[in-house]
Design a protein around this ligand. Structure first.
Ligand code: GLA
Length: 390
């Protein structure tokens, strides 16, 4: 059964009727430009064919009732219970419900109608895997309330509202990349976003490569704390560097040369974090002509350099991610491999010669299991459309 069919059946089980609407919203994988979105940099994600499906109908009075099918949990909340972050009976909202509740909060803050809904959802974006399961949830709910609320916003505006929910309600100080990719994805296209101007365009994904996602299945707790610390270190770097470079607003404004000139002014940890960002922004600029020319060998080198930098300078890798990358980089057909997303566990992204993708995937699975004793999950993904009403 497809997720579409599953969610319609589950909605009927929960609510005893056919849902009025269904939306889907994808996760994403990022090829290059990691931990730069909140530094005004450039990112190169694709929306993937792993997604959340949400079936919904208008609710009763002001009560929104949701069923998280994969967790077999239900929750109800109302606009009045949003601020205390409780359910309708006064109990703390479970973590999963903070995302839809946060979306309702952000939409109401923006003056948009959020009529009560009854919804059921299921997702095959693995949680905590670096594939943006939470952004997909946010984009599905923004679209659901847009459908019932009688208003309409362009995808980027919807992405910004999802980011606001996550920053200010859930408490993760994330950038715009994930919500953007989930909202704006295009089939068979790579997205290129300038996170400062929010201008974006798409690039063709060369036909002769496959994007392979390899999930270590390792999940780390406390990721959001480490994430927020990285972001604070970047802000600290800007504060100190602006004493020498008064025009800078973010690390985007610091060239690699200027950074090298003033790096000694920074405390060691801050210097490492900022160096990753400055060099990664440079890599993501160099990537565009390479992609336009279809020079996968050179593009792949940038991907490999990104992993080394995330491991040694940004320090967001873990041994299992390093193993997955090392095994991948040693295999035929691999142009580039690195951890993707925030890090601390989750997935790697691999750019592979298409005709070798199947052999690569099985060798990677075997090699990783030999080294770690754990079977990974590996699949070839395709670039899919952004969130949509079906
Ligand atoms: C998470 C965040 C994004 C981005 C990445 C790292 O996925 O949600 O905004 O910062 O980490 O590139």
């Amino acid at each position: 059964m497809s997720l579409h069919e599953t969610i319609i059946a589950k909605f009927q089980e929960c609510f005893g009727e056919v849902p009025a609407h269904v939306v889907r919203a994808p996760g994403r994988v990022n090829l290059l430009g990691e931990h730069v979105d909140y530094n005004d940099g450039f990112v190169l994600p694709i929306a993937i064919d792993r997604e959340i499906w949400l079936a919904f109908s208008p609710g009763d009075m002001d009560r929104t009732t949701l069923s998280a099918v994969d967790l077999s949990e239900d929750v109800s909340f109302t606009p009045e219970t949003l601020l205390p972050k409780t359910d309708a009976s006064g109990k703390d909202l479970p973590t999963w419900a903070l995302y839809p509740a946060g979306v309702m909060w952000a939409l109401r803050e923006a003056g948009l109608a959020t009529p009560a809904l009854r919804g059921a959802y299921t997702s095959n974006v693995p949680q905590g895997s670096g594939l943006s399961s939470s952004a997909a949830v946010e984009m599905a709910f923004v679209l659901a309330w847009q459908t019932l609320g009688g208003w309409e916003l362009p995808p980027m505006e919807r992405a910004l509202l999802g980011q606001k929910a996550e920053n200010q309600y859930v408490g993760v100080n994330c950038g715009i990349m994930d919500q953007f990719a989930s909202a704006c994805g295009e089939q068979d296209r790579l997205l290129h976003l300038d996170c400062r101007s929010l201008e974006w365009h798409t690039l063709p994904l060369p036909n002769d490569i496959a994007i392979v996602i390899a999930d270590t299945k390792m999940r780390r707790a406390l990721t959001s704390g480490e994430y927020n610390k990285r972001r604070a270190d970047c802000e600290e770097a800007v504060r100190i560097l602006s004493q020498k470079l008064p025009r800078i607003k973010s690390l985007r404004d610091v060239s690699v040369d200027a950074f090298n000139q003033y790096a000694t002014q920074l405390p060691e940890r801050v210097e490492k974090r900022a160096r990753h960002v400055v060099e990664e922004i440079e890599r993501s600029v160099r990537a565009i002509p390479l992609l336009e020319q279809g020079d996968m060998a050179e593009f792949g080198k940038l991907i490999n350099q990104c992993h080394t930098s995330l491991r040694d300078l940004y320090e967001v890798s873990i041994p299992e991610l390093d193993t997955m990358v090392e095994v991948a980089q040693s295999l035929p057909g691999c142009y580039g491999a690195r951890l993707t997303g925030a890090g601390f566990g989750g997935c790697t992204v691999n750019v592979i010669a298409r005709e070798q993708a199947d052999a690569f995937s099985s060798s990677l699975a075997a090699g990783y299991e030999d080294e770690t004793g754990f079977p990974p999950e590996i699949y070839v993904c395709s670039a899919s459309r952004g969130a949509e009403l079906i």
